[in-house]
Design a protein around this ligand. Structure first.
Ligand code: URA
Length: 185
């Protein structure tokens, strides 16, 4: 209950955020969703059109794939916490720039500080950069454990990438198995 009160304070603080340029074209911020008691945080990139309209992460097609990834770990979507590296939608769904991710990093850090997950899964290169800084390809980062402020981080493919490139699914499943083994250890 403490955590949800703290998240509410943050949400209220950020709802009119005008820190980065992305606020100009957004309809609304997209805050994290899920369980504030989650052991696992799934961090993605930035809201798309549907998310900008509904104010929630992963409400479109990629969300269905994300649900499958969560189920593959034996979890339910409501048991995890899902958030984006940028709270605002980049125009035309382009990738957020490093500067836009940096402008939002406070918001990301503060949400993670409240949740205090046991493990973070970075979905795709943007999420990996938001947590770990620049450097390293997704291919090299996904096969190792990393750490963000003492929280173990595993990097895998973004669910939207798996929609377009099904051949990456076995590798993603392997990554999620590592996360599950860690949580069970
Ligand atoms: N892709 C993302 O990275 N985040 C969302 O919320 C939706 C799609």
């Amino acid at each position: 209950a403490m955590k949800s009160a703290k998240l509410k304070v943050l949400f209220d603080e950020y709802t009119n955020c005008a820190k980065g340029d992305l606020h100009k074209a957004r309809k609304q911020i997209v805050f994290g969703k899920g369980s504030e008691n989650a052991q696992i945080v799934l961090l993605a990139e930035a809201p798309g059109k549907n998310e900008d309209e509904q104010g929630l992460p992963f409400v479109g097609q990629a969300g269905k794939m994300l649900d499958k990834m969560i189920q593959a770990m034996g979890l339910k979507t409501e048991d995890v916490y899902i958030l984006n590296s940028c709270l605002c939608r980049p125009p035309n769904n382009r990738k957020p720039t490093a500067g836009e991710i940096a402008a939002c990093s406070d918001r990301l850090h503060k949400q993670l500080d409240i949740i205090q997950p046991k493990v973070i899964v970075a979905l795709g290169a943007s999420a990996a950069e938001a947590l770990l800084g620049p450097g390293g390809s997704l291919a090299s980062r996904r096969v190792a454990w990393h750490s963000y402020r003492d929280i173990p981080v595993r990097v895998t493919y973004h669910p939207a990438a798996l929609l377009y490139n099904a051949s990456q699914k076995p590798a993603a499943a392997e990554d999620l198995k590592q996360v599950l083994a860690f949580l069970e250890s």
